[in-house]
Design a protein around this ligand. Structure first.
Ligand SMILES: [Mn+2]
Length: 346
């Protein structure tokens, strides 16, 4: 297991000097943030991250994310040219030592939450999605501005995108994903990179927008499209786990035994009776997921990929990027390290 920590580059209020002090921290998960999706990453930007990370005694060998432009997901007229750019970014990352690249195939918006700073009884805050805050919203009518959604789109652009995805449907999205994978995976294989797709978060359709990386049946289908370790999963326990129908421990055991998990995002969530969910501390007893059983499954299947503590709560008065403070993610890393050490020695 390779422990890692996400770092948002020089603009991140959490410094590499602090991250390196978390026991067992091996790798930094980062990306080039000064170019738009669909553009080639300047080599000097990749090298700059690598140098900063190595000066702090860690490795920059995992990227999250190289974003997939909407036009690729929609199969637009520039999809082929943009896929070429994507392949070039894989080659460039590999040139500077990157071994794993995470991405997602979520239409329009990445993760969806209704509040980023919900206060818990202990005074900590975390991200939540409450259905009573979601219901009744219609993105084709309302001026929706949920936290975490790309604010750079105008309301008309959002409407057009949602309409286009509605027309495309799930099977259309699968077809565009297949086309994309068949181009990028051979390139990844050639450069020794494992591509790791992040599941949809949450793993069900929202506002009628299709979502496909959601459940065991669909992950099986995804992995069969290109049957290669270069075509792998970023198994995010918190994303898959907020659908109660997903047996996350079973999925971890199965895909790790198949050597098709390149990257683990480990965090805990609490599912409420109506399907709403709250992000919680990593400890099994704090949420709906048995994090100990998840790590046990990884150890017993000889997991050798990357792990990072995913979102944390905001605690001890820390402010900053919701989900990405230092303190609770450091606690998460330490807890996960403890579980790995314990199960490895049993
Ligand atoms: Mn995740």
């Amino acid at each position: 297991m390779k422990m890692s920590f996400r770092w948002y580059g020089e603009g991140d209020p959490i410094s590499l000097e602090y991250i390196r002090q978390i026991p067992g921290m091996r790798s930094i998960v980062s990306a080039v943030y000064d170019v738009k999706p669909g553009e080639v990453w300047p080599e000097e930007s990749i090298l700059k991250i690598k140098n900063a990370v190595e000066e702090n005694g860690m490795l920059f060998d995992i990227v999250e994310s190289v974003p997939v432009p909407e036009e690729i997901k929609l199969g637009g007229k520039n999809a082929d040219a943009l896929t070429e750019v994507y392949c070039e970014n894989i080659r460039r990352c590999a040139k500077y030592g990157v071994k794993c690249i995470t991405y997602n195939f979520m239409p329009v918006f990445d993760w969806t939450r209704t509040q980023l700073d919900k206060k818990a009884a202990d005074g900590s805050t975390s991200l939540v999605m409450y259905w009573d805050q979601m219901r009744g919203l219609d993105p084709l009518v309302d001026d929706i501005n949920l936290p975490g959604w790309d604010a750079s789109y105008t309301r008309d652009e959002v409407r057009e995108l949602i309409a286009a995805y509605g027309k495309l449907g799930e099977e259309g999205l699968w077809a565009n994903l297949e086309k994309f994978l068949k181009k990028i995976i051979p390139v990844a294989e050639e450069c020794g990179v494992r591509m790791a797709i992040h599941p949809d978060d949450p793993p069900y359709p929202i506002f009628g927008i299709p979502r496909i990386i959601t459940c065991e049946e669909n992950l099986d289908r995804f992995l069969k499209i290109v049957d290669s370790p270069a075509n792998s999963l970023c198994l995010c326990t918190g994303s898959l786990g907020c659908a109660a129908s997903n047996d996350v421990v079973k999925m971890v055991r199965k895909y790790s035994a198949m050597d098709r998990i390149a990257f683990m995002h480990i965090r805990n969530i609490k599912i409420m009776d109506d399907g709403s969910f709250e992000e919680r501390a990593h400890l099994s007893s704090c949420g709906s997921l048995d994090v100990a059983e998840i790590v046990k499954a990884l150890v017993e299947t000889g997991f050798d990929g990357y792990v990072r503590p995913d979102h944390g709560r905001m605690i001890w008065g820390e402010t900053g990027k919701p989900g990405y403070g230092l303190f609770d993610r450091a606690l998460g890393a330490t807890y996960i390290n403890g579980l790995f050490e314990a199960y490895s020695k049993m």
